[in-house]
Design a protein. Sequence first.
Length: 363
Amino acid sequence: MKNKIIEVQATTDKTNYSYSAKNESFLDGLLIPYLVRPFLKHFPYSIPANFITIFSNTLVFLSFLIAMQATRGTHHLWFLIPVFMFVYLFGDCADGEQARRTKTGSPLGEFLDHFLDTFVTGVLIISIIAAYDIKNPFVAYFVLFVSYVTQATTFWEKFKMHKMHFGKFSSTETVVSLTLIITLGYFKTIRDFVSIKLGELGFIQNSFLGSCNALCNLTIMEVIMSFLCIFALINIIGTLIRSGGASVRYWMYLLFTTTATLICACSDVQFYHIPFITLSLLNIYYISSLLVSIVMKKKDPYPDFVLPVVMTVLFSLNIQNNIITIVALVYVCIMIIIKVTYFFSKHKQYWLWKNPKPEESAQ
């Protein structure tokens, strides 16, 4: 699928809808023509693409629940994680193919597909944290931050250039890499090895690096995750350059999410619980707003500034309270619900419980 431009032209309510993407992903180039398309030839025509999207994303959350059991030392269902994630990737490719096959592509389908994908990032990162018991909050939040900024930058390019671009190491390769890391967490030998701190390694102790406590306290897994983020940062920079730069509102998003990330990392809380989820949803709110702007052809959105400002004030006053933490989570949830509800209300005519028959859609 190298340098292939995928164009979707669908007619719904006598209006033309188009989707344009440049996909250079190696794995998509294998998965779509050799597995997805042959499968869809025998797949029921009547099942809407949106149902495939919802089903495949549900499996990601089931994988998350299995991974979270690792905090209790339970791994007997671990083998289901790679199975569920493969089905998710398959469905993530199949929903678009089904929409093209049935000529039911719509702005609602594009939004739903990308919106649900935004949750996958946080779910996979939290799963890795649970699987390997990563305790360094700066590493955990840094990985989450880079993951979401990568997504936001990809959609920013879509907003600016009116075309989605998937490089050779795209979202599919990212999901496969993270899934492989999670899957390896099933083996105790591997978990024990990557839990070793660098300071316990002889060649580190005997070098000048042995005097750096921050480095010596990092585990091998924390170093691996940090190293992977370097490639993601390079990708972010490349995407911004390719799209011709970013707007003031996008830089505001970077400023606010960076501030919130640092505050969460410096706070004395169990980092992968409520604050971690809140930070994920803060990024998801901006990305969902950007998706709405893309589909509805509006100006690029402002990020939420209320929560980062409140977090900054409370942190500077050294105020930490469980009730405040929960209120922050509820606030972001409400903001996302309002945004999504607004979009669905504007495009509810595109929701299908059952695809029309070919002869009906041709009328």
